[in-house]
Design a binder for this molecule. Structure first.
Ligand SMILES: *Cc1c(COP(=O)(O)O)cnc(C)c1O
Length: 394
């Protein structure tokens, strides 16, 4: 397997993880096989006993999936990676793989709706206590820790509020309490934030977002030290079955080749768009991690290397104002994906965060006028014209 640790990120995104078959193909092969054959029964026995490291069965591993995992580990600077069928499968495995009844889990209140479901609704059904805290408040994190706290889960920047958690500080608090820290790094992307280097034990991604980046397939990945992945995640995934399809792994592997080009361009354009929209009279608020007026700009400068491709806009006039703005757009599409080549707008209060009460949404910083904007690969001037035109018309 190619591993080119001496090279820079862009180079590794094109080459790392590639395993050539006997045909010497240039592009990574798509191994659509759920099983593998063995020369002898003894060879099969050795494979199952782990004394021979080859492939066995698609639920455990697959050559195309393994190439994707190796390239992701190289991108993240992680010792080990396990791919999953979706981002939510990665989130669920990273948490459930570590805990048992009687444990306690702490998470930031501002989370993607499905992540909140896992923490708040699913875990308590199995005898796991959970505490949700205001992610920006260090004393709240400290106060939430208990002797049985096993793991801490955060998103930073959070979906969709773009609120930031001090990853290094929370990692220290978690470790002092004997707990681990999991960071959902979807919004920052591996290009702009490295949670493992800041002290986290585990990073999870929805590869559905910037890693595919072209709106084609679902995928996820869990990354961490070899000990963390082998101890908590590997057996859980192997025995419960949310395996990434080899076809999706191949799509994602090819997506990684253009990953840095796309995310750099999207981030550059997001900066232009944010600056052009800031101060528009139809906006009550604009948040972008690349702007100095983000209320946590100092923390962002410490832990992120770029503002990424997401902008949060709060329209005047609540839901009605947000809907008028969205319906007046001609180029930017209404959808619920993000990180796509196409620029997309989402109204979280009626979609990803619909199941929460207005009070819960307020506590998660998801007001009714909030619109999440994911900047794609279109020319930024076309995006600015469309967005300003729609705000003027709203
Ligand atoms: C989309 C998303 C997920 C879930 O990923 P899927 O691939 O849709 O399962 C988890 N966390 C965040 C922050 C997301 O944006």
């Amino acid at each position: 397997m190619t591993a080119t640790a001496e090279f820079r990120l862009e180079t590794r995104l094109v080459h790392d993880g590639a395993m050539r078959s006997g045909f010497g193909e240039t592009s990574e092969a798509l191994f659509l096989t759920q099983g593998h054959v063995y020369e002898t029964a003894e060879a099969c026995e050795a494979r199952f006993a782990d004394s021979d490291p080859g492939f066995i069965y698609g639920r455990f591993s697959n050559p195309t999936v393994a190439m994707f995992e190796a390239r992701m580990a190289s991108l993240e600077g992680a010792e080990a990676a396990r791919a999953t069928a979706s981002g939510m499968a990665a989130v669920t495995a990273s948490i459930l793989g570590q805990i048992r009844a009687g444990d306690h889990v702490v998470a930031a209140r501002a989370l993607f709706g499905s992540c909140r479901y896992v923490i708040e609704d699913l875990l308590p059904r199995f005898g796991v206590e959970t505490t949700l805290v205001d992610g920006a408040d260090a004393s709240a994190w400290r106060a939430a820790m208990r002797p049985n706290t096993r793991t801490v889960f955060i998103e930073s920047p959070a979906n969709p509020s773009l609120s930031i958690v001090d990853i290094a500080a929370v990692a220290d608090i978690a470790h002092e309490a004997g707990a681990t820290l999991i960071v959902d790094n979807v919004f920052a992307t591996p290009l702009w934030q490295s949670p493992l280097a800041l002290g986290a034990d585990c990073v999870v991604y929805s590869a559905t977002k910037h890693i595919d980046g072209q709106g084609r397939c679902l995928g996820g990945v869990v990354l961490g030290s070899r000990d963390f992945i082998d101890g908590n995640v590997r057996t859980f995934l192997r025995q419960t079955g949310p395996a990434l399809s080899p076809f999706n792994a191949w799509v994602l592997l090819k997506g990684l080749e253009t990953f840095s080009l796309r995310v750099e361009r999207q981030t550059h354009s997001a900066g232009i768009v944010a600056d052009a929209l800031a101060g528009h009279p139809k906006l009550a608020r604009l948040l972008y991690c690349g702007r100095s007026d983000h209320p946590q700009a100092e923390l962002i400068a410490r832990q992120m290397r770029g503002g990424s491709s997401l902008i949060a806009l709060e329209c005047e006039g609540g839901k009605a104002g947000a809907f008028r703005f969205m319906n007046a757009l001609r180029l930017v599409l209404i959808s619920n994906n993000l990180g796509d080549a196409k620029s997309l707008v989402t109204h979280p209060a009626t979609t990803t965060h619909q199941r929460f009460t207005p009070e819960e949404r307020a506590a998660m910083d998801v007001p009714d006028g909030l619109v999440r904007l994911s900047i794609g690969l279109e020319h930024p001037d076309d995006l600015v014209a469309d967005l300003v035109g729609a705000l003027d018309a709203a």
